[in-house]
Structure formats: structure tokens, C-alpha cells
Design a protein around this ligand. Sequence first.
Ligand SMILES: Nc1ncnc2c1ncn2[C@@H]1O[C@H](COP(=O)(O)OP(=O)(O)O)[C@@H](O)[C@H]1O
Ligand SMILES: [Mg+2]
Length: 362
Amino acid sequence: MTGGGKPPRGQPAPADPVVSSFVSTRPAPTTIRPTDDVVCAVRGLTKTYPAVRARRGTPGTPAVRATDGVRLDIRRGEIFGLLGPNGAGKTTLVRQLTGLMRPDSGSVEILGHDIVRHPERAACILAYLGQESTALDELTVALAAETTARLRGLDAGRARAERDAVLDELGLAPIAGRPLKKLSGGQRRLACFATALVGERPLLVLDEPTTGMDPVARRAVWSAVDRRRAERGTTVLLVTHNVIEAETVLDRVAVLDQGRIIACDTPAGLKEQVAGEVRVELVWRVKAPLDVPEVAALHDRAAESGRRWTLRLAPEEARTVVATVTGGAAFAALDDFTLATPSLEDVYLALGGAARQGLVKA
Ligand SMILES: Nc1ncnc2c1ncn2[C@@H]1O[C@H](COP(=O)(O)OP(=O)(O)O)[C@@H](O)[C@H]1O
Ligand SMILES: [Mg+2]
């Protein structure tokens, strides 16, 4: 899609004064001023899901504090990420930000609106792509986009124009006439993403938007997000459990673990926390040769996942380990090894998120 094919973006959206004041051509978030450009301020956000008592046949579940005193500032025009493993509390957090769930305590202010007190205002200032599929499933791709645009206050003509522009932009035109429920998971996800984009909101909240998508669709998502940020100053809150995605598209990232923010910085800034360390991965053919003393000595320090050992070491140590496993008696048992600079996953593990599981690398 080209810029020329779109309806005129500069026109104010009469139904929603907030939107028009946020149509901005400011390019990148490098010039952000500290406080007055905060789009979303979260303080002390806490939510506990109550315990469920056991019934015949179904075991009970204990209470879960899914968000625990979360504090966040999201600035205008940035792509801000929430990164954490499954169950970290990411979805619970964004559902509270979008007014869909009431926190037990804490505050959420978005563009000056108190979302805890006035959750109904959220729909006018942000677009939310939930993790689960939606009520739009019965509609065709085109109708889902057009209906959403109408619900967001566009007149019929503009709604159709936006629909066409967005479907074109995301490569969805060929399947525009098909009902969402008959699409593949990745296609449906992309169609839902399209509905999040129509009717232009200054804040986009996307909960794992690229789940199930092929690389072409993923790229379409990221360039659509980037274009909105560059051309209109749209702010994006992106939830992901995927480290690679996080490293490539996010300006800043908050790492969530068991309902708490354990770090918040740029991906580069976070990685500096573990700079000087090297990740060594050893993959054994069958199992580790623990009868080799040097290998046995490493065992305690390795995170094990099947035949794979992962170690975080000082560069000097890493060299010694590689020399040991490639030179001596251990070599016959070795299938593969890699040496790498730290990733966000290493940051996550170094911060103590290690206790249970790592993040997804895909
Ligand atoms: N509706 C619910 N009732 C009870 N517990 C829930 C509910 N939704 C989520 N949880 C629990 O809250 C925690 C956080 O879940 P969630 O916010 O979905 O995490 P994430 O999106 O990071 O995977 C998990 O332990 C999950 O099992
Ligand atoms: Mg989730």
C-alpha cells in the first residue's frame, strides 16, 4: 500500500478529540522528554485471582497474585515491550490497562484519563488486540475491519476506505471475503491485527500479536507498527514471550516475572547488565560424559534441557571450557557447541527468572 491510497490522515477525527491531537509526524523516540510525554502511567497495580476450592473431580487452585505492585511509564511514540514467560502476568496486566479488568489496587492513567475509575474511556483512546480470538470470528475479514472502524466512530465512507487500506497494507486483500473462523491461526491473527489498526488510536496494545504467524506475516505486522509510529507518533505496548522479537522491535522492554517488573530498560541497556559474559551451549550426542572430571565439574553450573547444557561464563572461562570439551575425552560425546554474546534471555536468567524456565527463542 502506498501513502497516496489512504484517506487523508491529517483530518481531525471529530468524534474523538484525543486522536486528532496525537496525529504527529515525530519520527523516533530518541528525543523523548522525561515526564510530559508519558502516555501511560501505571502505579502499584495489583491483582490477585482468588483461590478456587476443590470440587468433586476437579482439584482446587490456590490464589494467584498475577500482578504485584507494577509501576510503568510508557512514553509517547515508543514501542514498549512486556517480556516474560507464560504465566508471568502479562495478559492480566494489559487487561487492567485496557479497562477490561479492575485491579485490586493501584492506578492507571492513559493520556490523562483515570482508567480504573473510567474504564469505558479506554476504548476511545486505545486499540487492543487481545491474546484470544474475538467475537468477530463469524464475520469476514473485510466486515470485521469495517465494523470495527464504524464502532470507532468513522462514517461509512471512511470506514470502507480504511478497511481497504489496511487489508492492502497487510496483504489480506485476497482473503478479505472469508470468515475469520475459516482461516488458519496465523491468518486469523493477522486479520485481528488489521482490526486493531483501523480507526487509528494513539495507543496500540497488542498481546502476542504474531503468535502462529509465518515470517512474511510477522514482517507485515512489524512494518505496519513501525509505519504508524513514524508517521503518526503512535505508541505501542507489545506483549511478547519471544526474546528475538523483543530484541529486534522494541525501544524499551520491561521484564515481568511472577507479576513483578524485574527490569526495565532498552534491550541494549539490559544486555549491558550481563556484558562481559558469554553464553556457551553444549549439545551432547546422547548424554553428558560425567565420568570426565572437567565435565562433571561444570555440571552444577549448567542449565540442562535434554541433551543441551547452557552456561554463562566469563570469556576466559568460556575459552577453557571449549578447549576442554573439544580437545579431550569429552569430544566423542559432543554433538555441537556454540559460543554467543548475551541475549535478553540471558538477562532474564541473570535477573533470577531462572528458577523455573527460560523464554522462548523462535
Ligand atoms: N481467569 C483467571 N483465573 C485464575 N487465574 C488466572 C486467570 N487468568 C490467569 N490466571 C493466572 O494468573 C497468572 C498470570 O496469567 P497471565 O496474565 O495470563 O500470564 P501471561 O499472559 O504472562 O502468560 C498465571 O499464573 C495464570 O495461571
Ligand atoms: Mg498472556
